[in-house]
Design a protein around this ligand. Structure first.
Ligand code: MSP
Length: 651
């Protein structure tokens, strides 16, 4: 209970508003939410922050490309992020936007403080800038003299008047901080990379821009109206302005942050610039800056151009939010890259959640019902099962340390060890045999042992799967709160007499993929995902080019839709019978219900991917796929200009 009395402040990165949320954003936010929920449960005064990063050249360009003002555009996308986190029941205490007035005032105050201290000076910047990463580079850092070393996109030459932050002044203090605080950057391997980078020498950082105006103005006292702040200075300050820095400082008692959660691509900003800014402001430094890895899909890098970006809402809607949360946290050791595949998710659901957890609950309710009319008493547990109980308590005594070191996969692994002890005990002690032998007290002790284990597991899993755990808690008649946590997990007490209630199966077995695989039509694409900077539109990503032979591996044919029906309970799917000139119709499930009336499709033609492996969607066979295109005005099927014979090959 190291944190039970202290304040715990946890932050996610603030997300750029040039893209809607994808699995990577969901991952960071789910980890942060889990740690926040856990902290609250153990009694810590907790503050979870998330929000959106809305200034800078990238956002200004994205807005312009859509004919919107940056603010209109930011309002729209920021609203989508917030809605998603609300749908995901993320327990944020504040959702900050960098366009909030309080934030701007706070950032200006920070700038002024650093300026008055002599840490900021005016000069001229000459170098390269990657709009996509919002990062300055020197010529030496570029790849092939032109490309961004981080994202590979072309950089722009920048030559403009700029204010600079004396980053070089903080080099030694940063190195000292890394050295004295073992876990200040997690995981350790990443920390070493940062240390080596800093040892290589730090240059002063350009922190204002004059070539565009979508940003926070410099403080009036400095009287430089043509400068706006560099977006990373503006963005990093959100961690203190959200607590009221520079305005109403009432929440500054949460500072310093316990954990800043970030992706590995933005660790440098957080572990070099941010602590240096804080040193300049004479504020305490965060306890941990934790960098997670990147997610791929089915082994492939996710990219908008490939159309294989995982939409977290779709996955959660199809497989359940709690299962998705569990999968993300369990599947990948923190800091490593992870791969999302529906198969891996289904395996976790069927095996870990269905077999190990869900079935154990069913067995508790089955046995307690059959033998003891659902009444369970713990009075003989220590007498017959001291060994198992001690083992369980010992494993669980260590799990808290995993949470704050971000080793959530190990946290879950240990909880699963405990579930294994419970499941094994049933096989070892066979309560049904004990009942036959008239040893009711032994059978009761076993049922009570697993009930007590399940109660501990429920408390620990509540932060990961709050919805399902509320059902387990209701079934065991326990409360998930700090008092119960202290009683069972800190004081290691046993439950009072409990009455078990039957519950429905928590994780029904899943036999087939519930979502369509990545689609060439890119129907999953979002309306905001066109090029985020103009340069990009002219660049073909080398790894996306294919040979003509590869293209011809896909057989495209004209299909005539002869029947169309809505799929009940699906907001997206229509069930179509399509004639491809094969002497029989093919059944194709298409995610176009939001855009087409079933009846309007009958008799029309569409382009069909004809050699796609059949797949089952919502229990129904789909033997192909229709091509469609989607932009901000909606979705259209791709059709021949004039009617063609069913089955005509497209090339
Ligand atoms: N706005 C900055 C952060 C400022 S924080 C003061 C930013 N925004 S972002 O929207 O581009 O990225 C937000 C987070 O999403 C980053 O932590 C990034 O690592 C993460 N991810 C983006 N794509 C990802 C994956 N494919 N997988 C996992 N996380 C990834 O950077």
């Amino acid at each position: 209970m190291e944190n039970s009395c202290k304040n715990v402040y946890i932050t996610t990165p603030i997300y750029y508003v040039n893209d809607v949320a994808h699995i990577g954003h969901a991952y960071t936010t789910i980890i942060a939410d889990t740690v926040a929920r856990y902290s609250r449960l153990i009694g810590a005064d907790t503050f979870l922050l998330t929000g959106t990063d809305e200034h800078g050249q990238k956002i200004a360009q994205s807005a312009e490309a859509r004919g919107k003002t940056p603010k209109e555009y930011a309002d729209e996308i920021s609203g989508k992020f917030r809605k998603l986190w609300d749908d995901f029941d993320i327990t944020y205490d504040k959702f900050i936007r960098t366009t909030d007035e309080e934030h701007k005032i706070g950032v200006q105050k920070a700038f002024e403080t650093m300026y008055n201290k002599g840490d900021i000076y005016k000069g001229d910047y000459e170098g390269y800038y990657c709009v996509s990463c919002e990062t300055f580079f020197t010529e030496k850092q570029l790849v092939d003299e032109q490309f961004c070393p981080d994202c590979g996109k072309p950089t722009n030459i920048v030559k403009e008047e700029s204010f600079f932050f004396r980053l070089s002044k903080y080099e030694d203090r940063l190195l000292k901080w890394y050295e004295e605080n073992e876990d200040c950057i997690l995981p350790r391997a990443k920390k070493n990379e940062i240390i080596n980078f800093v040892k290589g020498g730090l240059k002063d950082l350009s922190i204002s821009r004059t070539s565009f105006d979508w940003g926070v103005k410099l403080p009036e006292s400095i009287n430089e109206p043509k400068h706006v702040m560099y977006v990373w200075l503006d963005a990093l300050m959100n961690y203190i302005t959200a607590l009221g820095y520079g305005t109403d400082e009432k929440n500054m008692n949460y500072w310093p942050a316990k954990i800043h959660l970030v992706g590995k691509d933005i660790l440098r900003f957080h572990s070099i610039y941010w602590p240096a800014f804080l040193m300049s402001l004479e504020l305490p430094l965060p306890e941990h800056i934790a960098a997670h890895g990147w997610w791929t899909r089915d082994g492939d890098k996710m990219s908008k151009s490939k159309g294989n970006v995982v939409n977290p809402k779709e996955v959660a809607d199809a497989y359940g939010l709690d299962a998705f949360r569990y999968f993300m946290l369990r599947e990948v050791p923190f800091g490593q890259d992870g791969d999302f595949s529906q198969k891996a998710l289904i395996d976790r659901i069927n095996s870990d959640l269905g077999n190990d957890l869900g079935n154990l609950l069913n067995r508790i309710s089955g046995m307690s019902g059959k033998y003891f009319d659902y009444k369970v008493t713990s009075k003989d547990v220590e007498r017959f099962h001291k060994k198992e109980l001690d083992e369980v308590n010992e494993i669980l005594a260590n799990v808290e340390s995993y949470i704050y070191k971000m080793q959530l996969n190990r946290y879950l692994e240990d909880i699963w060890k405990v579930l294994t002890i419970a499941n094994k005990a049933i096989g070892d002690y066979e309560p049904w045999t004990k009942m036959k032998e008239g040893k009711e007290d032994e059978a009761m002790a076993l049922v009570a042992l697993i009930t007590n284990i399940m109660a501990r597991v429920a408390l620990l899993l509540d932060s990961v799967m709050p919805e399902k755990i509320s059902k387990i808690a209701a079934s065991l008649g326990i409360k998930i709160d700090t008092v119960t946590y202290k009683k069972l997990l800190v004081n290691k007490e046993l439950l009072e007499d409990t009455t078990i209630t039957k519950v429905e199966q928590l994780f029904p077995r899943i036999e087939e993929l519930l979502l369509e695989q990545a689609k060439p039509t890119d129907v999953s694409k979002t309306e905001t995902e066109e090029k985020s900077c103009k340069n990009e539109s002219t660049v073909l990503e080398e790894d996306n080019l294919i040979t003509i032979d590869k293209f011809f591996e896909t057989t495209l044919r004209i299909g005539t839709i002869v029947e169309a029906q809505e799929v009940p309970k699906s907001s997206k799917l229509l069930k179509l019978q399509v004639d491809l000139g094969e002497g029989r119709n093919r059944q194709i499930l298409a995610g176009i219900k939001e855009y087409y009336d079933a009846s309007s499709l009958v008799g029309t033609q569409a382009c069909v991917v004809a050699n796609l492996k059949p797949a089952k969607l919502m229990g129904m066979l789909s033997e192909g796929m229709l091509l469609a295109a989607r932009d901000e005005n909606g979705l259209s099927l791709v059709r021949p200009e004039t009617s063609k014979k069913s089955g005509t090959k497209i090339s």
